[in-house]
Design a protein around this ligand. Sequence first.
Ligand SMILES: Nc1nc2c(ncn2[C@@H]2O[C@H](COP(=O)(O)OP(=O)(O)O)[C@@H](O)[C@H]2O)c(=O)[nH]1
Ligand SMILES: [Mg+2]
Length: 327
Amino acid sequence: MKKRLSLEEYALGIRSGNRVVLSQAITLVESSLEADQVLASALVQELLPNTGQSIRIGITGVPGVGKSTFIEAFGKMLLDLGKKVAVLAVDPSSQLTKGSILGDKTRMENLALDKRAFIRPSPSGGTLGGVSGKTREAMLLCEAAGFDVILIETVGVGQSETVVKSMVDFFLLLMLSGAGDELQGIKKGIMEMADMLVIHKADGDNLEAAQKAKSNYQNALHLFQENQKNWSPKVVLASSVTGMGLSQIWTLMQDYEVKVKSSGFWESNRSDQRLNWLEDQIQELLGRAFLQNPQVKQLLHEEKSKVKSGKLHPGVLAHRLIDLFLT
Ligand SMILES: Nc1nc2c(ncn2[C@@H]2O[C@H](COP(=O)(O)OP(=O)(O)O)[C@@H](O)[C@H]2O)c(=O)[nH]1
Ligand SMILES: [Mg+2]
């Protein structure tokens, strides 16, 4: 087992904003060892009073839309405004293409070098639910370390947006102004989740198409009226190359924070998210305990092939396994 600090050492280091200790604590959170997970949970509990003060922003979009470049430019601007910025990347696909993390690191070079910023790629392995649990804990640790803007990058691959949505205050969707069919490319469900659509790479030859796309999306979003949040989704043009739109985006986010806090949605959303997290955790721990149960393992080993060949109904075996687990 790798060297671990004590709970007090982790807590002290994080409270004093020590990025090395923060990094080690996130490694602890990501560990799959039972003892590490117990310590990690205790640490998050210990630091809970020091969390919650940041704005948690989810940033999503298809690969190549410019998420990492955007985060580099946007993050740098926030640092210049005196903010402390932490970036967590939830990238389920990076398990397959480890290279993407390397790519991101170079794309976020300036941010990575700055002492007021903290960048952490996603843990590899595990389920989406597992990733989300660990990312949530990492997010709380970053808050306890004094970071006041948390940017969570996720690739738009369908499921991961929902996971990220369930842990952030503000959900930003980056988009490109493609030729034609602009509203088809992106799933409507994801668009409905967004608090802001950013038409990205609005520079050079793209600018005109981006402006057109903006009005198209604005019309489409007309269908979504201001809701109980006290907020209707905004459409903004931006370029991470020229910097256009970045400060407008931040102004709108601050505006959002004020409005949504006053409507009460900010806190009720966070409360719901905590309960969702509890459910996720229970399911995950239960699933793990179930699959580690020796009798369950044995029966599964014996009968699995019958399910595979179609001789045994999965429902029948699942019930037998659960009965075995519960007795
Ligand atoms: N023209 C232009 N290119 C951009 C902009 N932002 C990113 N790119 C380019 O788009 C490509 C993908 O960027 P990246 O940040 O890796 O996208 P990600 O996969 O969404 O993280 C890179 O070649 C970037 O240089 C932008 O605002 N304007
Ligand atoms: Mg990226």
